[in-house]
Write a protein that binds this ligand. Structure first.
Ligand code: GDP
Ligand code: MG
Length: 196
């Protein structure tokens, strides 16, 4: 599993989206929430998916081909509260275009920072995923930053916010620092793409 890793390309507009038809696993969420780090942790690579401490750097869709079987797709992140209206609209359009133009989406991971309650744009993404009938999993990320009681609070808060979530089913916790949650996500991908 995860033997052959290839970077396919970065796409900036609809006509550059990958049309190979291979199944896709999407990574989406706020910029800086840890999408690229999650990809690197799953792949056991240091900086295969480029990480950045500058929020909002990924403005393109990045494709990674795994074992010539399926693709990990790093979607552009959305910004913080101070992101301009125009920037938000640009992000929303690209993601909307993406969700409505790909018929190969197998699963989407929606990463949310475990320290904060979901933002308005998280809610927008959640609605976009629902209205596109995409199977999605929420990942409460950076749990290394929380102690036990804060983690319990974070789990409770996310389920109150998105009542459709069930821990271990469509809700997982993760940390790329401690690698907590890696095993569970790997097992999920294993079942999906390696029939084991
Ligand atoms: N403490 C902690 N920091 C993380 C974690 N994941 C990512 N980071 C840090 O958060 C910043 C943004 O990560 P990145 O993966 O580039 O986020 P992206 O913009 O969503 O792709 C980087 O400084 C990472 O080192 C995590 O699980 N725990
Ligand atoms: Mg990134």
């Amino acid at each position: 599993m995860f033997n052959k890793l290839e970077f396919i390309r970065s796409a900036h507009a609809i006509d550059q989206f990958d049309k190979s038809g291979l199944p896709e696993v999407l990574f989406c969420g706020r910029s800086n929430v840890g999408k690229s780090s999650l990809i690197n942790t799953l792949l056991n690579r240091k900086n295969f998916a480029k990480t950045s401490s500058t929020p909002g750097k990924t403005r393109s869709v990045n494709y990674f081909l795994i074992d010539e079987k399926f693709k990990l797709v790093d979607l552009p992140g959305y910004g913080y509260a101070k992101t301009s209206f125009a920037e938000r609209e640009k992000w929303a359009k690209l993601v909307k275009d993406y969700l409505s133009n790909s018929d190969s989406i197998e699963l989407a991971f929606h990463l949310i920072d475990s320290r904060h309650k979901p933002t308005e744009l998280d809610d927008k993404l959640n609605l976009l995923l629902k209205s596109s009938s995409i199977t999605y999993i929420v990942i409460l990320n950076k749990v290394d930053k929380l102690n036990q009681s804060q983690l319990a609070t974070a789990k409770k808060r996310i389920i109150e916010h998105y009542p459709e979530l069930n821990f271990g089913d469509n809700l997982y916790i993760f940390s790329s620092v401690t690698k907590k949650g890696r095993k569970e996500l790997m097992s999920l991908l294993n079942k999906l793409f390696y029939n084991s």
